[in-house]
Design a protein around this ligand. Structure first.
Ligand SMILES: Cc1ncc(COP(=O)(O)O)c(C=O)c1O
Length: 396
């Protein structure tokens, strides 16, 4: 047999999914294990959104739609982006996709030729690095330390740019760190991007989940110059608890959107018709339930961060958005815990799962060695029990 594609073979399995499947297997085996690995809200999709999906099926909205999504949904996206993010788009600038992940892929497809460099600030969401490679691009990872609040600085960005640099991927608020760039920080980054003529893929899927009354700023909203070079990625998965409906979207210059739409038309084809109808209800209906979910996340974050910082040997900085906390375990490196010498975050996560019965995701997969990511998209009860177990695991 001839060899498989080199590009395809180089794609790594997602670390988030790997831990999650080990956790699910342990659970299925009847083991009392608690999971902090999931990247999805534990809430159910609000009833009126579910109802809209059911109605759509009953009304025979079961056929193909335009590849870039229905005009109704694209208009709903435009209205929501204007109301929430202060950015004005027309439906021909919107591409609805089968999840935001596919929107990132399409954005990279639209921008990147083999050998082009894409700057990726670390810690990064695991899929970005693989997606860049999948389109033949070269990821240029620039690490933002915990001391820098895990945020890319304009200086570090400028230093990473070469004649081959095509784009920057910005994720705000961030998975895995939960940190959010404010308007001034974004302006600093924007200046470098404009000076060097870079596109910016700005993944803002967690924009609805920000805390402490902080104001979210969309990268595209900063100036006409950022607007024209931004491919804004967003979707209903996180804010509306709709991960399984598979609806994301990208907003961009109409020429970029057209290239992306052409790609969709020959790959996935149009996103699921009934999911699009449900998404219209999500985006245009009352946002009250969304606010209740946001408040629950904020309460959990407060508890988790407070408690974690009281446990000797570990610490975390307070995230401003999303639903993740990065636990620093540098102090544990070289120590023996429950008979296991902790040499890195992978060893820690493995031991903590097998002996502490708690699943967390090793930071290495996010370009953040010596950290683990805790998702607080789980009940307060689980969060309390998980931290009790951490305390016990470290104490013995
Ligand atoms: C930063 C970021 N972007 C995109 C996605 C993917 O969203 P979707 O489920 O809509 O594909 C995720 C999901 O974990 C994410 O964390």
């Amino acid at each position: 047999m001839k060899e498989l594609s080199h590009i395809a073979q180089a794609v790594q399995a997602s670390t988030t999914m790997a831990i999650d499947s080990m956790f699910k297997q342990m659970k299925a085996d009847g083991i009392d294990v608690i999971g902090f690995g999931a990247g999805e809200p534990d809430f159910n999709t609000p009833d009126e959104i579910k109802e809209a999906g059911i109605q759509a099926i009953q009304n025979n909205i079961t056929r193909y739609t335009p590849a870039a999504g229905t005009v109704e949904l694209r208009q709903a996206v435009c209205d929501r982006m204007k109301a929430d993010c202060n950015v004005e788009y027309k439906p021909n600038q919107v591409v609805v996709t089968s999840g935001a992940k596919h929107a990132v892929y399409l954005a990279l497809r639209a921008l990147v030729d083999p050998g082009d460099e894409v700057i990726l600030p670390a810690p990064y969401w695991v899929s970005y690095i693989e997606l860049i490679r999948m389109v033949g691009g070269v990821p240029v990872v620039v690490t933002a330390t915990e001391k820098e609040n895990f945020k890319l600085t304009p200086e570090k960005l400028a230093a990473a740019i070469t004649p081959k640099t095509k784009a920057l991927i910005l994720n705000n608020p961030s998975n895995p760190t939960g940190m959010m760039y404010g308007a001034e920080e974004l302006k600093g980054i924007a200046k470098v991007c404009i000076e060097n003529d870079l596109y910016v893929i700005s993944d803002e899927i967690y924009y609805g989940l920000v805390y402490d009354g902080a104001k979210f700023t969309s990268f595209a909203s900063i100036s006409p110059e950022t607007y024209e070079r931004t491919i804004l990625i967003n979707g209903v998965s996180k804010s509306y608890a709709m991960t399984g409906w598979r609806i994301g979207y990208a907003c961009a210059d109409s020429a970029v959107a057209k290239v992306m739409a052409n790609y969709v038309s020959h790959s996935t084809g149009s996103p699921v018709a009934s999911s699009q109808k449900a998404s219209v209800t999500a985006l245009t209906g009352s946002q009250a339930k969304i606010e209740l979910m946001r408040q629950a996340f904020e309460e959990r974050r407060n508890y988790l961060v407070d408690r974690m910082n009281k446990i000797p040997g570990v610490s975390c900085i307070k995230p401003e958005g999303a639903f993740y906390v990065m636990m620093n375990l540098e102090q544990l490196i070289g120590k023996t815990i429950q008979g296991v010498t902790i040499t890195d975050d992978n060893v820690f996560a493995d031991a903590f799962l097998k002996k502490g019965l708690v699943a967390v995701v090793p930071g290495s997969g996010f370009g953040a060695p010596n950290f683990t990511r805790w998702s607080y998209a789980t009940s307060m009860e689980n969060i309390k029990e998980g931290l009790d177990r951490l305390e016990k695991f470290l104490a013995e």
